[in-house]
Every structure is written in structure tokens, then in C-alpha cells.
Design a protein around this ligand. Structure first.
Ligand SMILES: N[C@H](CCC[C@H](N)C(=O)O)C(=O)O
Length: 259
């Protein structure tokens, strides 16, 4: 039996497993894909294992819904922090390990998690889009009519373009809605569909909005599944630090499944 929790952060949903005894086989991608399947399994955009890691409160091991190990996941990171808190792994402030290295996070009394993201390396600026790695690779394009936009069709067309990583890219479409606000829709690789939110994606969009529109921190971002915020400090041209993704992380249910 596998004991698991289901969590969601702005509608990006995850199966969370306490794997501090390292029993889960991380190479069994068929099993992970089945657990994440919305008809044959539990259903989720991804699966996260909480493991122990020397020098940190815990390690977050993140898989995409297709069963393969993913890169960093911002919404999943916040959910992992809240789950690790319920496991008693830290009190108010944590430092944990993820696919893109170390992260810090705090919980506040409004049930929000503030997650420190790693700065993107090179930010590519092109005619009509941006490309950067905020822990996961993200394409960002600004649009004017996001509500009526076909995110899946447009996302699919860009997702595998080989000028990005061999493994392709996540694809974000952003619309400016105010002085410090954006709407964002994301087509996620590894899920191969539009998700309700993508934390590393909105982080990339906020940075792109600072470059393209001089939008100042903190930026409020509305996504299909709720509201996120991205704070940052600009160090110099295309260089950012102190990038903080803030948003909810909510337990949905706890159960067990054969496996
Ligand atoms: N949903 C995630 C991003 C997952 C990235 C994943 N799809 C990949 O590229 O491996 C987030 O909240 O940041």
C-alpha cells in the first residue's frame, strides 16, 4: 500500500508521498504515470516524494504527470513545504533541496507559502517572446486577449520546438492587466496540457514583464486556479535576485492506494 496526500497550489495538483525511508522506486515511471492518471489513477499534474537530505530539512523529488523526473516546480515546492511542515520537519522557516538546488521558504499566518526561487541564468529576449530557466525552462509571450486564447493549440505548437532544450519547454502566455498585475496561462510539458497554474512559469512571466513593461515588484499574477505573487530585486540588466513566489498550498485529502 502507498499512503499519500493530495495537495494543490492554485489548482496545480500533486500526489505527495512521505518517502523518508527511500522505498519508492524513482525509475518506475509507468507507476508514477499511472498514479497521476486522472481516469486510471489518483489524478494529478505531478507526484512529489519527501526524502531526507543531509544539510537540509528535506529533499523534494518531483515527477511530471508523464512519470518522468521533472525539473523545479514552484507550486509543488510550496505544497512540499506545507507537507514537510505537517511531518514536523521544520517550524517556520525551512531550507530544502530540489532539482535546481537549494531553496528557502517560510509559512505565514494566512496559510501562504513564500518560496525563494533561484535566479534565471541567461534570459533570451526575442522579437515576440522570452526564454529563460527559472528552475524549469519557460517560453513567455505577451498576448492581448488571454480569455479567448487557445492555450493548448498555441502551447503545443511551441512545446517541442527544438531550438529550446532537447526536452522542450513549458509555454506561458501573459497579459498585462494593471500597473503591477498580470494574467497568465501555461501549457506544461510533462503534463502536455494547460494546467491551472505553474509557479516557475509565473516567475518567468513576472521577470519578462519587468523587462518588457518595466513592471515593478511585487507583481500579482492571476492564473486559472487562483492568485500568485512574485517579488524580486533587479540587480542589473537581466539579472535578478531575491525572487520570491508567494501563494497557497492546500491539503485536499489523505488516502492509500494499492501499489
Ligand atoms: N508546475 C510547475 C512547473 C513544472 C515544470 C515541469 N512541467 C517541467 O518542465 O519539468 C510549477 O509550478 O513550477
Amino acid at each position: 500500500m502507498i499512503n499519500f496526500w493530495k495537495y494543490q497550489g492554485a489548482g496545480n495538483d500533486f500526489i505527495m508521498i512521505d518517502d523518508r525511508n527511500n522505498t519508492f522506486n524513482i525509475n518506475d515511471f509507468e507507476k508514477v504515470a499511472l498514479l497521476c492518471h486522472r481516469r486510471f489513477g489518483i489524478g494529478a499534474d505531478g507526484l512529489i516524494l519527501i526524502r531526507l537530505k543531509e544539510g537540509y530539512d528535506f529533499e523534494m523529488v518531483y515527477f511530471n504527470a508523464d512519470g518522468h523526473l521533472g525539473s523545479m516546480c514552484g507550486n509543488g515546492g510550496r505544497c512540499a513545504v506545507r507537507f514537510a511542515h505537517t511531518l514536523g520537519l521544520f517550524e517556520n522557516k525551512t531550507s530544502f533541496w530540489a532539482a535546481d538546488g537549494a531553496h528557502e521558504a517560510t509559512l505565514d499566518d494566512k496559510q501562504l507559502v513564500h518560496l525563494l526561487m533561484n535566479p534565471p541564468g541567461d534570459i533570451e529576449i526575442n522579437n515576440d517572446h522570452y526564454f529563460m530557466d527559472t528552475g524549469s525552462p519557460h517560453y513567455v509571450r505577451f498576448e492581448n486577449d488571454l480569455i479567448n486564447f487557445d492555450c493548448v493549440a498555441e502551447g503545443k505548437a511551441i512545446r517541442h520546438n527544438e531550438r529550446f532544450n532537447e526536452e522542450g519547454t513549458n509555454v506561458n502566455f501573459a497579459q498585462v492587466t494593471g500597473k503591477q498585475s498580470l494574467d497568465v496561462r501555461t501549457f506544461e510539458r510533462g503534463v502536455e496540457d494547460e494546467t491551472y497554474a505553474c509557479g516557475t512559469g509565473v516567475t518567468a512571466c513576472a521577470i519578462a514583464a519587468n523587462i518588457e513593461h518595466d513592471m515593478q515588484s511585487p507583481i500579482q499574477v492571476k492564473v486559472l486556479g487562483g492568485q500568485l505573487a512574485v517579488g524580486f530585486t533587479k540587480v542589473s540588466d537581466k539579472k535578478y535576485t531575491n525572487i520570491i513566489l508567494t501563494g497557497p498550498a492546500t491539503p485536499v485529502f489523505k488516502a492509500e492506494i494499492e501499489g
